[in-house]
Ligand binder design. Structure first.
Ligand SMILES: *Cc1c(COP(=O)(O)O)cnc(C)c1O
Length: 431
């Protein structure tokens, strides 16, 4: 598969080059040249396929021929070595739990897939690649875990000081080996801006091969389309008119769902559920896309003021606002509403949701009000104990820490504080 830049001012590249570069030289995101729908038979027989078989069929067109069939099968087996349970709440709502991976957030799948692709591309190559990643919490954790010990790959994580949860910070800063963490005095948007500046800094990019492991990287973004297929496989016999509510920040996850739909998956509608960072909610109302500075909320992985993947969603709908609006709704919810939803979910369904999942649940409820016959699946994108303070304060019950979380709690934080882009550059050139 060849990929073009959405800015249309750079050459088309192979999957391999798209993964290694991250972002095109003209600053555009890479996008596949073709999307070939899967066969009807695939969807009719999906119940009989394993998760790995589904994933293989769904992604092979995007990664071949650079990743050979046998290698792809191994990468997928290793990437998906945990469960994706569906929990049904009532006759219209269920949740797909995406937090059973090693860092307990949905980003594990994309990070593990990308790390293995990059490891494969780099195995006979002694040129080190530096993965530079800005995180509001979960990306850095998943990327650090996924890339730990991968040969010839160095990972540098930038996270906003004081704006990630205590457990997330441990997950980012305690790996050692080829992983380092930079604590930025600023917001997530500042971190993301520094990463973008680094990619455009010729002096830096002449000296080192930089790539991104944010969802702008196609190898991080595309595997997320599996989730929608896994949920469909579980639910389609019982429920018609499936809609998905995706707690959204950079819009990589929901965008991957739209890709699954274009591969032929019968999805009726998407809901991008947002916190107070609601640029897209406003866009769907006004047709004007206006980035804003991010504001801090209790669902911090969605504190994004200018979602980088939104441009891919526009491309998937051929830049047609009406088509986009028919397929995608967006709602935005305050911290107060989110906490009330966490409590409601706990009281009504005896289920402890994290703040991101709770925003997804509210998206389902808002959509179902006007579409009462739909069946809505919201994504639980992180394990509730990753946001322990908030969760325990809301449900008023001590939470049991799963082993993945327990194992990082006692470790010692190692991070270097930086303030400006020059600090980052100095670090990269001298470490
Ligand atoms: C990253 C993240 C999101 C947002 O996902 P996007 O693909 O950036 O829209 C939602 N919830 C959690 C827990 C996350 O870590």
């Amino acid at each position: 598969m060849k990929y073009y830049s959405l800015n249309k001012k750079a050459a088309n590249v192979s999957f391999k080059d798209a993964v290694i570069k991250g972002l095109a030289p003209d600053k555009g995101l890479y996008f596949p040249e073709q999307i070939t729908p899967l066969s009807k038979a695939f969807f009719e027989n999906i119940d009989r396929l394993s998760h790995s078989e589904i994933a293989f069929e769904a992604i092979k067109q995007f990664v071949s021929p650079e990743i050979p069939t046998d290698v792809l099968k191994t990468i997928i087996e290793e990437t998906l070595s945990f469960d994706f349970p569906v929990v049904e709440f009532n006759k219209n709502i269920s949740t797909l739990e995406l937090f059973h991976g090693p860092t307990m957030a949905f980003k594990d799948v994309g990070a593990r897939f990308m790390a293995r692709c990059l490891g494969y591309f780099n195995k006979n190559n002694n040129n080190e690649v530096t993965v530079l990643v800005a995180t509001s919490g979960d990306t850095g954790a998943a990327v650090a875990n996924g890339f730990l010990g991968v040969k010839n790959v160095k990972v540098v994580i930038l996270y906003p000081s004081g704006k990630v949860s205590a457990i997330q910070e441990k997950q980012l800063t305690t790996h050692g080996q080829n992983i380092s963490a930079l604590e930025v005095k600023g917001t997530f948007d500042d971190c993301q801006a520094m990463v973008k500046t680094a990619f455009l800094d010729k002096k830096l990019t002449d000296m080192m091969q930089l790539t991104s492991a944010n969802s702008i990287n196609v190898a991080r973004w595309l595997p997320q389309l599996f989730y929608f297929m896994f949920a469909y496989r579980r639910l389609h016999k019982k429920h018609k008119d499936l809609v998905f509510s995706v707690p959204s920040g950079n819009f990589g996850n929901v965008c991957a769902g739209i890709m699954a739909q274009q591969l032929g998956l019968p999805i009726k509608h998407f809901i991008a559920s947002n916190n107070d960072n609601n640029v897209v909610t406003k866009y769907l109302r006004t047709a004007l896309y206006k980035p804003e500075p991010s504001v801090q909320t209790i669902s911090n992985a969605m504190d994004v003021g200018d979602p980088s993947n939104f441009i891919r969603i526009q491309e998937l709908y051929k830049n047609n606002f009406e088509t986009l609006k028919e397929n995608l709704s967006s709602f935005s919810f305050s911290n107060k509403e989110t906490k009330a939803a966490m409590l409601e979910i706990y009281n009504r369904y005896n289920y402890v949701a994290d703040p991101h999942g709770a925003v997804g649940y509210l998206g389902c409820k808002a959509y179902l009000e006007k579409n009462p016959t739909a069946y809505c699946v919201f994504f639980e994108t992180a394990h509730p104990t990753k946001f322990l303070d908030i969760v325990e304060a809301v449900v008023k019950k001590e939470q049991v820490l799963p082993p993945q979380i327990k194992s990082v709690m006692g470790k010692i934080k190692e991070a270097i504080t930086i303030v400006t882009y020059e600090d980052l550059k100095h670090y990269l050139l001298n470490s």
